[in-house]
Design a protein around this ligand. Structure first.
Ligand code: SF4
Ligand code: SF4
Ligand code: SF4
Length: 456
């Protein structure tokens, strides 16, 4: 197989790409994958596509492929093998965006909120525990908002860029190594929850961490790559055992739907079920993580509390300037007489556009959120694609599903989450403590040499 054949018409994809694969028999050389990779993501065209296959694993080429030639790499059969083996304790967590899209595979409207059925479905498939990644998202916010406040006070490494999208992080490492110091060191929610399950939860429940298999259901193909990053060794370091992984498997929303259909589970007739305790519930801030602007809104709710001691209200609970599907959004926020300048980007090529504007107009920003997928994780490469390409109408319905949930929750800010407060009291001590840094933070590497064929 020559993956570079016709690479002027389609993106070349390595055979060992952990996120995406191509069925060459289905490819009609339409060029849609090349175009989105080039114009929306700013990746294709920035390397020599006749010799190298550079990929940030975002899966947006899958989302536009009209024939289904491109799809996510499937890992759910590996999870089934672990479930069948009684030696293992298989623990699932579900990312926010899954619950407003999975229903589309079962003839429900985009945005239909199927959280309770999702939990039941995973129990039926054999999960020993089911947790919610909204909890990990709250933890990400606790660390990231404190990091932001500290950088603002020290006027250091600003603007702070979010780091919860692994495709965006890889984009920085490949194409903008000068921005590495500006990336938040905070891990993404799934990569936070993983180590907390194998340390805090395992210790409390007297479970052997070696027997735990951590699985996340996510909208994201890039997470499949993210869990292979060598930086994610917190559990191995904690127990001094190199065989332990922070996260074991990621399966997409689409894979879960395939699995449920293969098992003949009638999804729509499932009763609702609740997540398991301790790491099972997030605040409204945790839910909106799935939307572009959600990490920003969640972070400023928390940063506002850190800086003023007050609970956010009004605009901070409905921060409309940061919401919506536009690829570049801007907002300002006044806290304690300081005006924070914010930008929210989706589609990594929009970063190139903003950086150009910053340079040309000498602009200053304090905090910038970047998500690789348009509209955020709700349109990740592992989400349903019953319409190709996915429309903004579908995106907006999924987005509304998460904002509606946030609006109806009593606890809407991460620092108010009682389980998060307990986790810090019992285990982590405080945000940015030594143990928090060892389990909940990461570091980045300059990957620009991987694309040396461009310069040569
Ligand atoms: S996954 Fe993203 S970066 Fe990789 S080829 Fe597809 S669009 Fe390009
Ligand atoms: S979008 Fe799909 S069909 Fe079109 S060139 Fe790419 S892989 Fe082939
Ligand atoms: S925006 Fe979300 S779904 Fe898309 S690559 Fe980033 S983390 Fe994954």
């Amino acid at each position: 197989m020559n993956i570079y054949e016709d690479s002027d018409k389609r993106v070349p994809i390595k055979l060992d790409n952990p996120s995406i694969q191509r069925d060459y028999d289905k490819c009609i050389l339409c060029g849609a994958c090349k175009n989105i990779c080039k114009f929306a993501q700013g990746v294709y065209g920035n390397y020599d596509h006749t010799k190298e296959a550079i990929c940030i694993n975002c899966g947006q080429c899958i989302a536009v492929c009209p024939t289904g030639a491109l799809s996510e790499v499937k890992d759910y059969h590996k999870v089934i093998e672990k479930i069948k083996n009684d030696n293992y304790i298989v623990i699932f967590q579900t990312a926010p965006a899954v619950r407003v899209a999975l229903g589309e595979h079962f003839n429900l409207e985009p945005g239909t909120f199927i959280e309770g059925k999702l939990v039941s479905a995973l129990r039926k498939l054999g999960a020993d525990y089911v947790f919610d990644t909204t909890f990990g998202a709250d933890l990400t916010i606790m660390e990231e908002a404190n990091e932001l406040v500290s950088r603002i006070k020290e006027n250091k490494n600003l603007p702070q860029f979010t780091s919860c999208c692994p495709a965006w992080v890889k984009f920085v490492e490949l194409f903008h190594k000068e921005l590495i110091p500006n990336l938040s060191t905070t891990r993404s929610p799934i990569l936070m929850q993983g180590p907390i399950i194998k340390t805090y939860f395992a210790n409390k429940m007297h479970l052997d961490p070696k027997k735990i298999i951590n699985v996340a259901v996510a909208p994201c193909t890039a997470k499949k790559y993210e869990i292979t990053r060598p930086q994610f060794k917190a559990v191995a370091n904690y127990y001094n055992d190199g065989s332990l992984k922070d996260m074991d498997y990621i399966i997409t929303t689409n894979e879960l739907a395939m699995w449920l259909k293969e098992e003949n589970i009638d999804f729509n007739s499932l009763e609702d079920s609740n997540y398991d305790d301790l790491l099972g519930s997030g605040s409204g801030s945790g839910y909106i993580f799935g939307n572009s602007g959600g990490v920003m809104e969640a972070s400023v709710r928390c940063a506002y509390h850190i800086l003023t001691g007050e609970d956010p209200k009004d605009k901070l609970l409905e921060f409309n300037d940061v919401r919506g599907v536009d690829g570049i959004k801007e907002a300002t926020l006044n806290i304690n007489n300081k005006t924070l300048k914010l930008a929210i980007l989706s589609g990594t090529n929009n970063v190139n556009r903003l950086l150009k504007q910053i340079e040309e107009n000498n602009l200053q920003y304090d905090f910038i959120e970047v998500m690789a997928c348009p509209g955020g994780c709700i349109s990740g490469g592992g989400q349903p694609r019953l319409e190709v390409p996915i429309t903004n109408v579908i995106r907006e319905k999924r987005i509304a599903g998460l904002y509606n949930k946030d609006k109806n929750l009593k606890i809407r800010s991460s620092y108010q989450n009682k389980d998060i407060i307990k986790l810090y009291e019992e285990f982590l001590k405080y945000p940015l403590s030594d143990i928090s840094k060892s389990l909940l933070h990461t570091h980045y590497e300059d990957k620009s040499k991987l694309k040396q064929t461009i310069e040569s």
